[in-house]
Design a protein around this ligand. Structure first.
Ligand SMILES: NC(=O)c1ccc[n+]([C@@H]2O[C@H](COP(=O)([O-])OP(=O)(O)OC[C@H]3O[C@@H](n4cnc5c(N)ncnc54)[C@H](OP(=O)(O)O)[C@@H]3O)[C@@H](O)[C@H]2O)c1
Length: 414
């Protein structure tokens, strides 16, 4: 692949997140030179982004529905990074081309039913070819997936025993992108929301296979069921609520655990992962209850077509998102508590400044793509690993170290 003209192509570069990936690459590729280009469906918009950022990069144009034009882009690069979503609408031709041309792929989707279709269609071929197709490299699901992986490996390597459970606790301040809402609406309108309830939607076997039925019977499904009510959590001594991204993140973490299980590097027997929103005192109980009720109301209201069309003009539209100030003042923390099989606890922490859906997402995604190019030899599984992977199985410690060097706090302590 080294004879290809580009190392990384940024597709969807004219979108709200896409523009920020161009800014990130413009700032961060001086110290570590990579050959990169920007791409999307509209040349004029891409020219505008290039001028606004002030970079001298090539522009490649292809509509996501034009397979031969997409092929021409994908064949020229070693890694394709895309932010064009909803991914179920604009991602299919890209992944198809990446698998055929053996081009590694990263995106920021949170559309797990679409990821399921990728697993069914492409996992076998991409595994055989060593092509890393890695969806969910944004705020969903890097902190959950990478954080869990680091806590589990710490328990195994430092304490010398398997891990029983990991719990993730999120706190955050940030904004909402029009593109994220559009992806949520598409998921709902395409009738795929029922699949979100399957706790093992992304596991390596087809949902509801014999293995799945067995695990349902032995109570594994019950232990992995999404929380729906606020509760007091004795591990962190405060109130928690269901986290709205947990139906995405937990499925990715379970896929990582299941893949490592297949590769004889299991997290632990009957390993489970759950995650929550965490609330600090005072009035932690009230905050947890209000947020749970408010989120249920918001989700319910937006599912009513008439109410949604009334609210639509007041919601962020595709192409728009939070102000610079909101993005700069945002932050997130993801605290992790791992429990070894002897009951001892390990604490993990991933924390950064900046809006999680934009600043952190861009850092996660761009560093994921750079990991594939600049540290390919150090990636988990070596050069041969491929498939529809996760951040933990496709990038692992390499991504964690790059994120630390990019200023993110990532720690694990016994
Ligand atoms: N994982 C996370 O934490 C996270 C965070 C933020 C966003 N996201 C996801 O990222 C995606 C993008 O978000 P965003 O806020 O950047 O949205 P956006 O501003 O609406 O950008 C959408 C992009 O898709 C492109 N596009 C639309 N139709 C296309 C087509 N037919 N062919 C090729 N490209 C097409 C748009 O191109 P034009 O500019 O030419 O219209 C634009 O570049 C969404 O799916 C969102 O859910 C995930």
């Amino acid at each position: 692949m080294s004879d290809r003209p580009y190392d990384i192509v940024l597709y969807g570069a004219s979108g709200f997140v896409g523009k920020q990936t161009v800014q990130y690459f413009a700032r961060h590729t001086d110290a570590e030179p990579v050959r990169w280009a920007i791409a999307g469906r509209n040349r004029q918009k891409l020219e505008d982004v290039k001028d606004a950022v002030g970079v001298a990069v090539d522009i490649l144009v292809a509509d996501s529905q034009d397979q031969s034009a997409i092929d021409a882009i994908v064949a020229q690069t070693r890694v394709l990074l895309t932010t064009a979503g909803p991914f179920a609408l604009y991602g299919n031709a890209l992944v198809d081309a990446c698998v055929r041309f053996k081009t590694h792929y990263v995106d920021i989707t949170g559309e797990t039913p679409w990821v399921r279709t990728l697993i069914d269609r492409y996992h076998t071929q991409a595994s055989a070819d060593g092509t890393r197709i890695i969806p969910c490299c944004g705020f969903d699901s890097v902190p959950s997936d990478l954080g869990t992986y680091l806590v589990v490996r710490h328990i195994q390597q430092v304490m010398g025993m398997p891990c029983k459970t990991v719990q993730g606790y999120f706190q955050m301040v940030g904004g909402l992108n029009g593109g994220t809402l559009a992806s949520g609406f598409h998921l709902h309108d395409s009738g795929q929301t029922a699949q979100l309830a399957d706790p093992f939607l992304l596991n390596p076997f087809a949902p509801h296979s014999q293995a799945e039925s067995d695990s349902l019977q032995n109570g594994k499904a019950e232990r992995n069921r999404d929380p729906v009510t606020p509760s007091f959590d004795p591990d962190i001594n405060t109130w928690v609520a269901p986290f709205f991204m947990s139906p995405v993140n937990t499925r990715i973490v379970r896929r990582s655990a299941a893949l490592y299980d297949q590769w004889q590097e299991a997290y632990g027997p009957d390993f489970t992962y759950q995650e929550y929103l965490k609330f600090d005192e005072p009035l932690a109980w009230l905050k947890a209850t209000s947020v749970t009720a408010g989120l249920a109301l918001f989700t319910g209201v937006l599912q009513q077509p008439q109410v949604r069309s009334l609210l639509q003009p007041f919601l962020p539209q595709p192409g728009s998102g939070p102000s610079e100030q909101t993005m700069n003042e945002g932050w997130f923390t993801c605290e992790l508590v791992g429990t070894a099989i002897d009951g001892r606890k390990v604490q993990g922490l991933i924390r950064d400044k900046g809006d999680p859906g934009n600043r952190a997402t861009v850092k996660f995604l761009c560093e994921a793509a750079l990991s594939l190019i600049l540290q390919a030899d150090a990636l988990p599984g070596g050069q041969v690993r491929g498939g529809i992977l996760t951040p933990a199985t496709g990038l692992g410690d390499v991504l964690a170290e790059r994120l630390r060097r990019a200023g993110m706090t990532i720690e694990v302590n016994s």
